[in-house]
Design a protein around this ligand. Structure first.
Ligand code: AR6
Length: 181
């Protein structure tokens, strides 16, 4: 686990499962436009949350790439789920801006609700085909640039499914914090 501070906010990069983050108030879903279940992160979140999540989310759909909406956590151990729609790589443009928007808009929703801890997955890097190294740079940059403005959010965790992915995100964080010294 990598723990660093950016603008007074703890930023962690860990290996794990997004549905297994009981110590954080909100988890972020790599959603689809209709806010339905699907595979990957969304499939795992909907399976763990139970049908109430899809029922609540349906009322907020559809959403656009870069947009985020918030629901309750239902049967998850988390109070909230923030649903962000990442760009499909090579299709939704400008992809880096849209991906950064997912992180910025998710954090803005967390701030509005007074949420203190948020866990993100590697949005767009599965079915949506965003190369991991590029996505890691965009994601970590967006979060570290927002960090100083955050008031209620004190912990931002990135959870990666595999060890290789964890390393890619950890390296991106180290690079960014190195740049700021
Ligand atoms: N916990 C943490 N990370 C995970 C998990 C998990 N349980 N499962 C997969 N990953 P994806 P996207 C990693 O495809 O690219 C869905 O069907 C995975 O290795 O979930 O934004 C939606 O309904 C990858 O690195 O999200 C949408 O249609 C990353 O999470 C579409 O996929 C994201 O993979 C969204 O595609």
């Amino acid at each position: 686990m990598e723990r660093e501070f950016a603008g007074g906010v703890r930023v962690e990069v860990v290996r794990g499962d997004i549905t297994d983050q009981e110590d954080v108030e909100a988890i972020v879903n790599a959603a689809n436009a209709g806010l339905t279940s699907g595979g990957g992160v969304a499939g795992a979140i909907h399976a763990a949350a139970g049908p109430g999540l899809a029922e609540e989310a349906r009322l907020l759909a559809p959403i656009e790439p870069g947009e985020a909406v918030i629901t309750g956590g239902h049967d998850l151990p988390n109070r909230y789920v923030i649903h962000a729609l990442g760009p499909v790589y090579g299709q939704d443009r400008p992809e880096a801006e849209l991906l950064a928007d997912c992180y910025r808009n998710s954090l803005a929703l967390a701030e509005e609700r007074g949420i203190s801890s948020v866990t993100f997955p590697a949005i767009s890097t599965g079915v949506f085909g965003y190369p991991k190294r590029e996505a890691a740079g965009v994601a970590l940059r967006a979060v570290t640039e927002e960090a100083e403005k955050l008031r209620s959010v004190r912990l931002v965790r990135f959870v990666l499914f595999g060890e290789e992915d964890r390393k890619v995100y950890e390296d991106a964080l180290a690079r960014l914090l190195g740049e700021r010294e």
